[in-house]
Design a protein around this ligand. Structure first.
Ligand code: HEM
Length: 314
């Protein structure tokens, strides 16, 4: 009897573990269900990127914020009528509308194919749109594991995200909670090779942070003139996915404290220097880290669904 209980407990633990949930993911998951899926999402993201230069960085960030909270289950997309949902949490308020719109448009494009209608999860569309945002901006194209189900729950109090003033230990603590290594974290931070940040996230560093290049500080000081002001995370090539982010860090031109600390702290500097030197290794590690991020907290048919409208549980 005790043995049976032990066996049942072991089976239950296996079912709950991320490794087991991830086991259902396959790159060819929709091969027969929706054979044109990847081409449809590719075309839709291309259209969104043509509509706005913010779409690609916004969609990439949305994927990170989705996976980091309750796993990659599109819970970030849910709109609850009582106002208690992830996207209304202060840490998600800077997510740009263009990112959400990119996903809604891609879902509409997928559902306009009769073979695919209501068969592809919003969580998988997010993962594909993130990849497209990267590859169509000049970054790596990598196979995306698919087969996630959409979550049914989104609440404000489940939101825990890293902050722009985190030090290396805090960053590592957060990412290890997702099962990701320091190398994964440094590679994923390279997502800051695209997009922008509001002054509220970095203004406190200007003139006070010795790791910031003084010329860069002077330049930023002139940028932050009102509450709408922002700066590009990678000032040299803001719409291109490349390794300029790491070169900026070497020059003390990282925008966020959590960016610059990766070079300021000797424990992570070697990896930053390597990515600055070898873009190919950065692309390779970024693709692998995105794949691992995409396995976090994946839902199955038992605890998820294929949402018809990404904004509302069925
Ligand atoms: C390491 C911890 C991280 C911190 C502290 C952090 C923090 C931030 C902050 C404060 C912004 C500015 C938001 C705004 O003002 O609109 C931002 C933007 C952005 N983040 Fe992160 N982030 C982190 C990791 C990541 C990861 C892992 C990715 C994706 C792989 C990512 C992708 C982006 C992108 C693309 C933007 C630009 C968004 C836009 O232009 O709309 N970030 N991040």
């Amino acid at each position: 009897m005790a043995n049976l209980r032990l066996a049942l407990l072991a089976a239950a633990a296996l079912l709950l573990s991320p490794a087991f949930a991830a086991a259902q993911l396959r790159t060819d998951y929709y091969a027969t269900i929706c054979p044109n899926l990847e081409a449809i999402v590719r075309g839709s993201v291309k259209y969104s990127m043509g509509q706005s230069p913010i779409s690609a960085p916004a969609a990439l960030r949305l994927f990170f914020h989705d996976c980091a909270v309750r796993g990659c289950d599109a819970s970030i997309m849910i709109v609850n009528s009582n106002g208690d949902d992830e996207w209304r949490h202060p840490d998600d308020q800077s997510l740009k509308q263009e990112g959400f719109q990119t996903i809604l448009d891609a879902k509409a494009a997928v559902d306009s194919d009769p073979q695919c209608r209501h068969k592809v999860s919003c969580a998988d569309i997010l993962a594909l749109a993130a990849r497209e945002s990267v590859s169509q901006s000049g970054g790596p194209s990598y196979p995306v594991e698919l087969g996630r189900y959409d979550g049914k729950i989104s609440t404000k109090n489940s939101v825990v995200l890293p902050h722009a003033d985190f030090n290396l230990d805090q960053l590592n603590g957060f990412f290890s909670g997702l099962g990701l290594s320091q190398t994964d974290m440094i590679a994923l931070s390279g997502g800051h090779t695209m997009g922008a940040a509001d002054c509220s996230f970095f203004q406190y560093r200007i003139g006070t942070d010795p790791s910031m290049d003084p010329n860069f500080a002077a330049q930023l000081g002139g940028t932050c003139v009102n509450s709408q002001s922002f700066a590009f995370l990678d000032g040299s090539t803001p719409v291109k996915f490349d390794n300029a982010y790491y070169k900026n860090l070497q020059a003390g031109r990282g925008l966020l404290g959590s960016d610059q600390v990766l070079h300021a702290d000797v424990r992570s500097r070697g990896t930053v220097d390597y990515y600055a030197y070898d873009q190919g290794t950065f692309f390779y590690d970024f693709a692998n880290a995105m794949t691992r991020l995409g396995r976090v907290g994946v839902k199955t048919a038992a605890d998820g669904e294929i949402r018809r409208d990404c904004r509302f549980p069925n």
